[in-house]
Every structure is written in C-alpha cells, then in structure tokens.
Design a protein around this ligand. Sequence first.
Ligand code: ZN
Length: 175
Amino acid sequence: MAKPRVFERFRDVQEELARTGSAVFRDKDSVESLVIDDPYSIHYIHSYAEDSPFFLALAEGRILGSRCTNPRCRFVFATPRSHCMFCGRPTEWQELPQKGRVHSWTTCHFGSEAFLKETPYNLALVEFDGAGSLLLCRLKDAVESEIYVGMPVEARFADPARYRITDVWFVPSGT
Ligand SMILES: [Zn+2]
C-alpha cells in the first residue's frame, strides 16, 4: 500500500482526505503527522426547554426577542434571554421586526460542519428598531466588499423549518 502523500497546507490535507482517506501533514517545524478521515455520527437528542418558543416562531417566519417585565426597565433583547441582564427581572417574549440594519459583520473562511459548503460566508450582528441588543445571523446574497455598517437587511426563513438557529438568516433589503 502506498504511503500517504505529504502536504504542508491543511486545505490540501483536507482535499487528500476526501480523495483517499489519509494524508500526512508536515508543519513548519517539519514534524509529520499522519491524518486520517474517520467519520462518525451521533443522534443528539436534546430539549430547547424554555427556548422552545424562539425556534417554533422561526418556523412561522417570526423572530422573537425578549423584553424585561420591570416597568422601569423594559429593555428589549434581540437575542432573547430569560432574565434581564440589567435589573435581573424575568423577561417576556417580544416579536422583533423582520427588517434591521448591519451593526457589524465578519467574513468567515472556516466554519462548523453546517456551514462548510457555503464557506466563506458572512456573519452579521443585526440591530433592530426598538431593541437594545443585537442578533448574530448569517448574511446571505451579499458581496463582502459591498457590506457596510448601517446596511438595511431583512430576514429570510428556512421552509420547511428544521428547528435550528440556521432557520433564519438575513439578506440585503430589496433582494
Ligand atoms: Zn430589566
């Protein structure tokens, strides 16, 4: 059996793994590491518990934030939380607008398994009228060089929903 080929860039190792299932990665100190492709899968059964309404709402094309129930606070969180981080009181669900603005963004050149096919991809912190915190979401159908702070964006939803955070993403408004 032929010895696995040697590569100095991990991307090349990944490609070789996809082709043959094994490769050698030589690092900058010339240390050679044998790398193998060893797939495994698990069924990860877990409960969203009190976060459940958020995921059920995504399936209906709605984004839920939460609002502090303290009449003197009423802070609105775009990333919902059960208790207010300012005054400690419980929150209640509050629907967010479908449209927002880019507060900041980054382009990811690597990601978890769910995103590898669309890498590189853009992540944006989205701000909404009436909410005091931000929501981290993918920004699709946008060219990196054309994204800017304050850019109007609007939500899109997976149909059918898979009850995952990837059920929602944003696109530039009007696309
Ligand atoms: Zn509060």
